[in-house]
Design a protein around this ligand. Structure first.
Ligand code: ZN
Length: 145
């Protein structure tokens, strides 16, 4: 934080509380001793998913988790690995820094990740998520494995 009076970067927090504008901090400049207030917003970078029918839906991590966990049901992959996979996917999506992401982009990303861990889970997920045009597509996908 830069002091608005003397531009020093050294300050101490004398008081901190939540406010509708974010976290409010009272600071005291260590150089000129003047006090100032800062507001810090925790931006969780909310983004939306654009579905095939063009509807927008807020990104829902729980929904993502449910879908992925279902694909790994009764598979010999540890919960730890699955959780890590989910974290990585979420991280990657947030890093895109976009307000809207197509569901197909997310689907492909998830499939790529799952494929590295378990082929059966991959096929399960792909069959639900990609909604294969017809059975031929599905067989083609199976053959690739
Ligand atoms: Zn100062």
């Amino acid at each position: 934080m830069i002091c608005p009076y003397c531009s020093s970067t050294k300050s101490k927090v004398t008081n901190k509380r939540e406010s509708p504008k974010g976290i409010r901090r009272r600071r005291e400049c260590l150089k000129c001793k003047k006090r100032f207030t800062t507001y810090e917003k925790i931006s969780r970078n909310i983004f939306y998913i654009i579905k095939k029918d063009k509807n927008r839906e807020k990104f829902d991590k729980e929904k993502l988790e449910r879908g992925i966990e279902k694909a790994f049901e009764k598979r010999p992959v540890s919960k730890e690995k699955i959780d890590k996979l989910i974290e990585e996917i979420e991280e990657k999506l947030r890093k895109k820094g976009k307000k809207e992401i197509k569901s197909s982009v997310i689907g492909e990303l998830i499939m790529k990740k799952i494929k590295k861990l378990d082929n059966v889970a991959y096929i399960r997920f792909a069959s639900v998520y990609r909604d294969f045009q017809d059975i031929k597509d599905f067989k083609k996908e199976l053959k690739k494995l």
